[in-house]
Design a protein around this ligand. Structure first.
Ligand SMILES: NC(=O)C1=CN([C@@H]2O[C@H](COP(=O)(O)OP(=O)(O)OC[C@H]3O[C@@H](n4cnc5c(N)ncnc54)[C@H](OP(=O)(O)O)[C@@H]3O)[C@@H](O)[C@H]2O)C=CC1
Ligand SMILES: N[C@@H](C[C@H]1CC(C(=O)O)=NO1)C(=O)O
Length: 319
């Protein structure tokens, strides 16, 4: 079988999904749907306004939109018409997103796989798996130093921001404390600096900085730096998209101290996120083919559904 896929939203993530789909043995890319008409791609481009008319041509629609505003505004209408995979990453609002996508997808007899990627995504799986192993555990998540796409997207949605990037910088002493099982007082807020580089007119900068520092879910509660720079300096110095992080879980078992550490080191945050998202598209297709409908998180999807190989091949190769 060939899974007929499409992309909605053509930014860093959309470009990564486009490239990755072309490397899949069982997928074809029908097209890219965008709010913009001129995109730098050889893939057919269609107006997102016309997307509903393509519902019978697409098995899985990858939502490569921003989480700050695009997903909340567009995702449920798309889930009513298509089986979807998104990377929604406003952690505090994922439960509400799950409920909304479940209702929309179920009404349309579609599957909506939500919040794939690495955090949420692979880190979520590891947090659940690792904490399930210990009767009592200490668990900490760390990101960076790297470019958070979600936080960078959130910056770019502020009126007057022409270009922006947010680096997440962890405190190394906090990571070491977690590794030594002393992470009880380490939190995401006190263990990370959020460093913002922004291109905007001087007249807008004070307002923009205030919007950043008071933005709930993304920046409130963190140590935040905001730097305004010229566009040529931004293009010269802030083109990379590396990232990574750690989930560190430890606990006592029969008087012994044991630690689980799941680490990612990513040269390209969007390309890696896209690869995870594409794999979950295979799972979405199989769940739909099995008669399932509604929302699914990465915590509910067995790993073998992501693989192009059969379960028998995986048992022989990976078990
Ligand atoms: N779960 C996880 O681990 C991760 C999740 N993410 C999520 O992925 C989301 C998307 O990230 P990313 O692709 O980097 O975001 P981008 O800002 O690159 O793209 C977001 C959307 O903005 C529009 N857009 C992109 N470029 C332009 C432009 N030049 N002019 C106008 N509009 C543009 C596109 O929609 P259109 O084509 O319709 O204009 C695109 O879908 C993030 O918000 C984040 O939440 C990212 C990394 C990891
Ligand atoms: N969703 C994140 C992926 C990781 C990175 C991150 C952060 O730097 O705060 N949190 O989760 C992203 O958009 O890059």
């Amino acid at each position: 079988m060939t899974i007929r896929t499409a992309i909605v939203g053509y930014g860093n993530l959309g470009r990564g999904v486009e490239t990755n789909i072309k490397r899949q043995p069982d997928m074809e890319l029908v097209g890219i749907f965008s709010r913009r008409s001129e995109l730098d791609t050889d893939t057919p481009v269609f107006p997102v306004a016309d997307i509903d008319s393509y519902a019978d041509q697409i098995d899985v629609l990858y939502l490569c939109l921003g989480s700050a505003t695009d997903i909340p505004e567009q995702a449920t209408a798309l889930a009513a018409k298509f089986s979807t995979v998104d990377t929604y990453d406003n952690h505090k609002k994922v439960p509400a997103h799950y409920e909304a996508m479940d209702e929309a997808a179920f009404q349309g007899d579609n599957v909506a796989v939500i919040s794939t990627g690495w955090d949420p995504g692979l880190f979520s799986i590891n947090r659940t798996l690792a904490s399930s192993i210990f009767p009592q555990s200490q668990q900490n998540s760390f990101w960076g130093k790297g470019v958070s796409q979600g936080h960078s997207d959130a910056l770019r949605r502020i009126d007057g921001v022409r270009k922006a990037v947010q680096y997440t910088i962890p405190r190394e002493d906090a990571i070491e404390s977690a590794r030594e099982g002393r992470g009880a007082k380490v939190t995401s807020h006190n263990a990370h600096l959020r460093q913002c580089w922004v291109v905007a007119d001087e007249a807008d900068q004070e307002r923009i900085e205030n919007e950043i520092r008071t933005m709930p879910d993304y920046f409130v509660g963190y140590e935040v730096e905001v730097h305004f720079i010229a566009e040529d300096e931004f293009v010269r110095d802030h083109g990379g998209v590396p990232h990574g992080g750690h989930v560190i879980t430890s606990g006592e078992l029969g008087g012994t101290h044991n630690t689980i550490e799941f680490t990612l080191a990513l040269e390209s945050n969007p390309d890696f996120t896209a690869a995870v998202q594409v794999a979950y598209g295979r799972a979405a297709y199989r769940l739909k083919e099995a008669g399932q409908a509604g929302a699914f998180s990465v915590l509910e999807i067995p790993p073998y559904l992501l693989a192009p190989e059969s379960l028998e091949e995986l048992l022989a190769r990976d078990i």
